[in-house]
Design a protein around this ligand. Structure first.
Ligand code: HEM
Length: 400
């Protein structure tokens, strides 16, 4: 029988318990979605095979793509019109060779070398946010005071989006990604962010600066609408993910004080710790991993026919005992960089070097400057996004 899907998380530290049973059962499991069926990929090797992109399409326009089956009803003509406008330049949803055109243009902005140049700015933002927290007293709410503003400030600075407008685009992003909002509200939020960015790009086109947006405009390789789509994708992808990882990482490290002490004693362990936090939490899970077979394929011994939808369970692949020893154990010294928290293959996270730098700097600075940091609410009272596509906490009360 097909597994009803999606299944929600019930704990901040574990994927849905159904994943382990499905992984045991088979590498590919049939899922019953609200409006149809799809394959769920449960194991690491098969996850990499699908995400590598060979014989696979990620475009919602390809017949059989699971984005249609995730909804009980087909989209209305108005929604189809918003989606069509939204898809221009939204290259996470495009297949090569169209996708390659965008990716090639943006890769130089996110190389290890480029991100190294951004590190002092990130450190400065982290320090200033902690100064503000200290100025207010000995308590804070870590999502609002640190987790969300840090990546938001970084990406705004990088893109040339005024941070003063953060309440506007953060509230719209939340609505867009909220499962509890109705479809109408979600589509309105998307259209609002797009028209805000349209005006921003129009202004920048009149006098491009030497920033990412200016360079993309100056390249002359993208249309106005494509640039708006690219900035939209970078803005949303650039803060929603890291913002969710930061508070979860703080909570997890505080629950493993011996490992945290070791990191304080030897900060060279931070990069490896960040990889483990990414693997352990797998906050994106399947949300970005919706695919469709573009030809008949064999995956994990299973024939998948052209036009059949596929969802890769990243949170299951990252707990696959075939790829990781003691996968449910949190171990900052594990050194497993083969996790799929940033995906794999053609669409692997473009901002991964930036995300790593943000997490590493933010966590190191926070634990160095607030040595007495502790969470002031019990785990079971922490509000979490159990119904959202990207997992995270909505608040983390702390004191020091
Ligand atoms: C902890 C933080 C982050 C996580 C866990 C994460 C995760 C992911 C994942 C899983 C994908 C692959 C989607 C797929 O296969 O379809 C992806 C793609 C992407 N990410 Fe990230 N991301 C993070 C931070 C960032 C940041 C800071 C940026 C900054 C600009 C960013 C920009 C992008 C873009 C543009 C893509 C699309 C790449 C493409 O389709 O070629 N991400 N991310």
């Amino acid at each position: 029988m097909a597994q009803p899907f999606p299944v929600p998380r019930r704990c901040p530290f574990e994927p849905p318990p159904e994943y382990a049973a499905m992984r045991e059962q088979a590498p590919l499991v049939r899922a019953a979605l609200p409006g149809g069926e799809a394959w769920l990929v449960t194991r690491h090797a098969e996850a990499q095979q699908v995400l590598s992109g060979a014989g696979i399409s990620t475009s919602p326009a390809t017949p059989g793509h699971p984005s249609r089956a995730m909804r009980p009803e087909p989209p209305t003509p108005e929604e189809i019109a918003v989606l069509a406008e939204f898809s221009v330049g939204h290259f996470i949803d495009l297949d090569p060779p169209e996708h390659t055109r965008f990716r090639k243009l943006l890769i130089p902005e996110f190389t290890v070398r480029r991100v190294r140049e951004l590190r002092p700015g990130i450190q400065d933002i982290a320090d200033r946010l902690i100064d503000d927290m200290l100025a207010k007293g000995d308590e804070a709410e870590l999502v609002a005071d640190f987790g969300l503003p840090l990546p938001s400030l970084v990406i705004c600075r990088l893109l040339g989006v005024p941070y003063e407008d953060h309440e506007f685009f953060q509230s719209r992003t939340r609505r867009m990604l909220s499962v509890s909002a109705d479809d109408g509200a979600r589509f309105t939020a998307m259209a609002e962010i797009r028209s805000y960015l349209d005006a921003l790009v129009t202004a920048a086109e009149k006098g491009p600066e030497d920033d990412l947006l200016g360079r993309v405009i100056g390249s002359g390789r993208l249309t106005h609408a494509e640039i708006v789509g690219v900035i939209f994708l970078l803005l949303v992808a650039g803060h929603e993910t890291t913002a969710n990882m930061l508070p979860l990482s703080v909570l997890t490290l505080l629950r493993h004080p011996a490992q945290l002490d070791a990191l304080r004693a030897d900060p060279s362990g931070w990069p490896m710790a960040v990889e483990e936090l990414l693997r352990y939490h797998s906050i994106v899970d399947w949300a970005a991993f919706d695919r469709v077979a573009a030809e008949d394929l064999e995956i994990g011994g299973q024939l998948v026919r052209r036009g059949e939808g596929i969802l890769v369970l990243g949170a299951s692949a990252n707990r696959d005992e075939r790829a990781f020893e003691r996968p449910d154990e949190f171990d900052v010294r594990r050194g497993a960089r083969n996790h799929v928290a940033f995906g794999y293959g053609v669409h692997q996270c473009l901002g991964q070097n930036l995300a790593r730098a943000e997490l590493e700097i933010a966590l190191r600075v926070l634990f160095e400057r607030l040595p007495g940091l502790r969470v002031t609410a019990p785990d079971e009272e922490l509000p979490a996004k159990y119904d959202g596509p990207i997992f995270g906490l909505t608040a983390l009360p702390v004191a020091w």
